[in-house]
Design a protein around this ligand. Structure first.
Ligand code: DCP
Ligand code: CA
Ligand code: CA
Length: 611
């Protein structure tokens, strides 16, 4: 196909690190001047041969397969197909354009080097030093001074040390961050009582009313709000103002740190803005999607999405194509999402490495007990229990079973949970010390038995309500019978958090290969819940695309991005555990990074919602 970009240079030969891209070889704000090649080389040298490395290579292979698969599909497109999909795309773009709402002014704010800034405020002697908040196993964030060396969030601390020998480490203190976060939210409240907090350090504010009522511009609001935050916290933040949330978020990163960027509510301005905007800047477009779009269709800017609209419609699910086209048009959320009623609950545990089955069963029992407590407290019952395992080789397995009726007693849940775990034995699990690959057992249940939550009027950031379309959950039969690790490995597409069980494409659309069950993004093109996290929150994808913890919108199937996103929340919760669990000694083993990825999760998925 003429538009396909050539195969990228292979990183073989004597420069193998060049093709080694991980989460931490990506640039964040403040990393512009970094010697990328040096950073990549250090990371490559330090991680090669490790399980982590192997997994990265496995993912890379899968990505390549996906790309090949897409190219092959592209090659089968006839001129007729292309003109058909061109029409489909044009119709879609017209519809999307008609939905454009330029009447709202959104502000996105994001604290600068948040944890590091809080730590520096707490200990001014850290000022100006290259600082990493975290441990040898994981860095939560780095100060801008450290970023110049390539040190960044999600990077193991020992790699950070190698890149920046004078790197100072501070252990995270979640209570402190929560305190400062609350101070910022008091300020947000004054500008938009329904502000949407998407993490401790980030929020979206609909400032339309403030602008109208006070007769001031979005720019003035941003300046004032940032000054107020500084005044009340001693910390700096950056802000972006735009007609929708998607663009506002991109804008807040432009003049980071301690800066702001305003995009006027003007269609031309928006289109000009996205015309050169790299797709990777868009929340929801991660490494894999970027590579696929670039290497198959030659798309690297948002505007190019429109030029390749026919191909996007031909090759991707309707849902993904819609998303890509709205990115190309610079469209994003403008209404404040309604609060949802909570419909799920889960718990997770971190435990030390073991292949001792009795210990694993003991952990399972503990978790079941925790879950039971939570269930009973909340008046919940569930029906389908799913056990998710992450092995030492980073493989994710999912097993599910459905009870005869709704259950919430420890005895009942344990019977099913034990049955699932037993079927997996013998199982060798290692210490879960690295945040992304931490090894909790979690048990989640969701169902319609929920006692209505009285707190729906609570501020948005406190909510963790889930709504699931139960009709699209995989049945336990398919999950149990069809799934195997080979299925995941042999498949050119990556499985989702439900362990590779395949769902039918619920989005009816004319496809080049209409027998495809999965989207070309490896997506399950359905609404689903895909992840779990430890208390106090549980991460799920509301309506299949909104993160239940932070409201971040990621359309179904952006699995890589979702995984990174879930890892982020897992990291948050583990840090919280680390800070609050003073009794638990930090063993040396916890610093092992590459050789301890294992995980067991258990979910109880809703089977049927009763009225
Ligand atoms: N965080 C984390 N793990 C990650 C990313 C972030 O624990 N992988 C934590 C630490 C950060 C905070 O979340 O301080 C906010 O994350 P940001 O991505 O907003 O990064 P920073 O605020 O640190 O830096 P900046 O926004 O200035 O780039
Ligand atoms: Ca931030
Ligand atoms: Ca942030």
């Amino acid at each position: 196909m003429s538009s396909a970009a050539g195969t990228p240079p292979e990183g073989g030969g004597d420069r193998p690190w060049q093709s080694y891209h991980t989460a931490y070889t990506n640039a964040k704000a403040g990393m512009e001047g970094v010697d990328r090649e040096k950073v990549q080389k250090v990371i490559y040298e330090m991680s090669k041969g490790s399980k982590y490395f192997e997994n990265e290579q496995r993912k890379e292979t899968l990505t390549k397969q996906k790309i090949e698969h897409l190219r092959a599909q592209c090659a089968t497109l006839t001129d007729n197909d292309i003109s058909h999909f061109q029409k489909v795309a044009e119709k879609k773009m017209l519809e999307l354009e008609a939905s454009r709402d330029l009447s709202k002014i959104w502000l996105h704010t994001d604290m600068d080097a948040f944890y590091a800034a809080v730590e520096t405020l707490n200990d001014p002697s850290l000022k100006g030093k290259p600082l990493a908040v975290g441990s040898m196993s994981m860095i939560a964030t780095a100060s801008y001074e450290a970023r110049k060396f390539g040190v960044r969030a999600a990077m193991p601390g020992f790699i950070g040390c190698k890149l920046c020998p004078g790197l100072v480490f501070v252990r995270p203190n979640f209570e402190r961050y929560t305190h400062y976060s609350e101070l910022t939210r008091k300020v947000f409240q004054r500008y938009d009582p329904n502000f949407i907090a998407t993490s401790l350090d980030e929020a979206y504010l609909n400032i339309t009313n403030v602008c109208i009522e006070r007769g001031i511009t979005g720019e003035e609001v941003a300046t004032e709000l940032r000054a107020a935050i500084h005044q009340e916290t001693g910390l700096t933040c950056s802000a972006g103002v735009a007609p929708n949330r998607m663009i506002a978020k991109v804008c807040s990163d432009i003049n980071k740190p301690n800066g702001q960027f305003i995009l006027p509510n003007d269609r031309e301005a928006v289109l000009t803005f996205v015309s050169t905007l790299p797709i990777r800047k868009i929340g929801g477009i991660g490494k894999v999607t970027e590579q696929m779009l670039c290497q198959v269709l030659g798309i690297s800017t948002c505007q190019e999405m429109l030029q390749k609209a026919a191909f996007l419609c031909a090759l991707f699910s309707e849902c993904s194509a819609d998303f890509f086209l709205s990115v190309g048009l610079g469209l994003g959320g403008t209404e404040t999402p309604e609060q949802r009623q909570r419909k799920s609950i889960s718990c997770e545990r971190t435990f030390a490495a073991t292949n001792d089955s009795s210990l694993l069963f003991e952990k399972l029992a503990n978790l079941t007990e925790n879950l039971t407590d939570d269930l009973q407290k909340e008046g919940l019952k569930g029906k389908t229990l799913t056990l998710k395992l992450k092995t030492a080789d980073f493989e994710v397995r999912t097993r599910a079973v459905t009870a005869r009726g709704y259950i919430n007693s420890k005895e009942d849940i344990l019977i099913y949970a034990t049955k699932l775990l037993k079927a997996e034995m013998p199982l060798s699990l290692r210490l879960m010390g690295k945040w992304q690959d931490n090894g909790p057992i979690s048990v989640t249940t969701k169902d319609g038995y929920l006692v209505p939550d009285a707190g729906t009027g609570a501020s948005t950031y406190q909510q963790d309500f889930f709504v699931h379309d139960e009709s699209i959950f995989i049945s336990e039969q398919r999950n149990l019978v069809n799934y195997s690790n080979e299925a995941v490995l042999n498949d050119p597409v990556i499985s989702d958090g439900l362990g590779g069980a395949k769902l039918d494409d619920v989005t009816p659309s004319a496809k080049v290969m209409n027998t495809e069950k999965l989207d070309n993004l490896g997506q399950l093109t359905s609404h689903e819940a895909t992840a779990s996290r430890s208390k106090p929150g549980q991460q799920l994808w509301i309506d299949g695309y909104i993160c239940s913890i932070c409201r971040f919108e990621l359309p179904p199937g952006f699995e890589e991005e979702r995984q990174e996103h879930s890892d982020f929340h897992l990291a948050e919760s583990l840090q919280q555990e680390e800070t609050t669990d003073s009794k638990r000694p930090i063993s040396n083993e916890r610093y092992l990074y590459f050789d301890m990825p294992s995980q067991i999760n258990c979910f109880l998925l809703p089977f049927q919602v009763t009225s």
